[in-house]
Design a protein around this ligand. Structure first.
Ligand code: MN
Length: 520
């Protein structure tokens, strides 16, 4: 195997296309948390958002640019823009804090998109608009990506004219999106090979594949085989409709079959499992059990013959090691007597950069947990930080002060909660009876915060094994027709549920913002 195999740029769009999946809405805090993890995973580019669409998106992109993207070896931070002067200016402004930034402009090129989305704009008008957008983007950064939206359903002669024009105008990456997941591997590979030869070695060809026919990863690999130098991916494959090319799958395919593909990535694969867990928890999107690479069963062997084979020699039925993606059992790292310093050092070792105040809150939560649980693992700490620092931290409109739930066998369950409404600086006590303890707790919370919400999905995962395991609860709620995900962690499932529910209701307040544009 050659050590000179070229590296493929991993462009992560979890925070942009991934966030467009139905029911996912992330605030700045959640996006920052994911972006920090993507930096630990060492992706090359983080597409942080689409700043023109809302004030919240602008704020999130600039926060990521100004914290995750500041070091010279940090990932490139990218922002999406339509080919409109206002979009591009907004994208450019949002990226000022980043050490390396990219503006990604897109414009529809297929006939059906031009008719339906661009008021029937003719080919020359599309080319003029694309060229002026790329030229404007270049005034903000030397790193400009152009995407002809719906490229795989675009007439190829026209596609070539668009590509020639944007390259001449200064685009440094040409992305060929299979926006609707229509391409087949052999034909897509042929198209990419043609584009690669057309643009020459100074321009990187990228692909952005959707999974409508389950071919996003296959199409992306075929593109790489034909010279594509960048793949656009999302963690757990989330995104519009059936989603995007899954980061973990394409990265592990490149690593596992490097013998044939001859391409490397800079991704630090032992962070894959943690990244997958984080994105699942923050978005409220569970990962299917049999999902390639990161599913719960991806390294589980059930049949006797398989178990026997793996015990005799792991390679009989495994092509990757669970350790390669960091899917190892929880590591016991701390105990009841660990002090503030030990906790801080362990968090640092795990890659968290917390403020003193955040580290203090994480430590308080650690002490509470250590009273209920003997051994504290790295996964427990990860869950504590996710809940205490990101889900319940700064800017949350509500805080659970305490709760009490009683009954179940003798009478209907009753929950009493005390909620701090941060803006009004008031404490509100409310009680509610329910069909079960979780229902009662959610009812009391609803009354205390005064928001009418419907619980859509409810998932509980154990952070580690054992009867004293932390329960990690993810919920999705609907408020005024919009969906919000929430997360809560506790050794007590009812308390975890209450925290998750309150977190989701808090987001419905934090994220109230109009949506102003649609995207690729
Ligand atoms: Mn897309």
């Amino acid at each position: 195997m050659s050590t000179t195999d070229q590296s493929v740029t991993i462009f992560d769009t979890t925070l942009r296309d991934g966030e467009q999946a139905p029911g996912i809405s992330l605030g700045t805090k959640e996006k920052l948390e994911i972006a920090e993890q993507l930096a630990r995973l060492r992706v090359d580019v983080i597409e942080a958002g689409f700043p023109i669409t809302s004030h919240g998106d602008y704020e999130a992109v600039s926060a990521i640019a100004g914290s995750v993207g500041t070091e010279s070896n940090a990932p490139v931070i990218a922002a999406l823009a339509r080919c409109h002067p206002g979009d591009i200016a907004r994208a450019g402004e949002s990226l000022t804090g980043a050490s390396r930034s990219r503006i990604h402009v897109f414009l529809s090129t297929s006939e059906i998109h031009r008719r339906a989305l661009l008021h029937g704009a003719d080919e020359d008008a599309v080319i003029r608009q694309a060229v002026s957008a790329v030229e404007q983007a270049r005034t903000y950064t030397d790193d400009v990506e152009f995407s002809p939206q719906d490229a795989t359903r675009t007439d190829e002669d026209f596609l070539n004219r668009v590509i020639d024009a944007v390259v001449a105008a200064g685009a440094t990456t040409v992305n060929v999106p299979d926006t609707v997941g229509y391409a087949l591997p052999h034909d897509f590979g042929r198209l990419i090979g043609d584009v690669v030869r057309r643009v020459g070695p100074d321009v990187a060809v990228s692909v952005h594949c959707h999974n409508d026919l389950g071919l996003a990863v296959a199409n992306s690999l075929e593109a790489v085989r034909n010279g594509a130098r960048q793949v656009e991916v999302a963690v757990n494959g989330i995104g519009e409709r059936a989603g995007n090319c899954a980061l973990e799958e394409v990265v592990m395919a490149l690593a596992t079959r490097r013998d044939l593909l001859r391409r490397t990535t800079t991704v630090h694969t032992p962070e894959i499992a943690r990244t997958s867990r984080l994105v699942s928890a923050v978005t409220g999107y569970p990962v299917q059990f049999n999902k390639a690479v990161v599913g719960r069963n991806a390294f589980a062997h059930e049949s006797g013959i398989h178990q026997h084979g793996v015990l005799a020699d792991r390679l009989t039925y495994e092509i990757m090691r669970a350790e390669d993606i960091g899917a190892v059992g929880a590591q016991i790292v701390l105990g009841k007597h660990s002090g503030r310093h030990a906790v801080a050092r362990q968090l640092e070792r795990m890659g968290y950069r917390l403020t003193d105040e955040e580290a203090g809150r994480a430590f308080t939560r650690f002490k509470e947990l250590a009273d209920r649980k003997v051994d504290i693992s790295d996964k427990d700490l990860e869950a504590i930080v996710a809940d205490e620092v990101y889900a319940s931290g700064d800017g949350e409109p509500f805080e659970l002060v305490w709760m009490q739930v009683s009954g179940g066998t003798v009478g209907p369950p009753t929950a009493t909660v005390r909620i701090r409404r941060v803006a009004e600086e008031t404490l509100v006590d409310e009680s509610c009876m329910g069909d079960g303890m979780v229902d009662a707790a959610c009812g009391a919370i609803r009354r205390a915060v005064g928001i009418d919400a419907t619980l859509l999905t409810f998932n509980v995962a154990a952070v580690t094994g054992g009867i004293d395991a932390l329960g990690d609860v993810s919920v999705q709620v609907e408020v005024d027709g919009r969906r919000f995900a929430g997360r809560g962690v506790s050794t007590d499932i009812v308390e975890g549920s209450a925290r998750a529910y309150l977190n989701a209701l808090g987001k419905s307040v934090r994220l109230r913002q109009p949506v102003t544009a649609e995207m690729s």
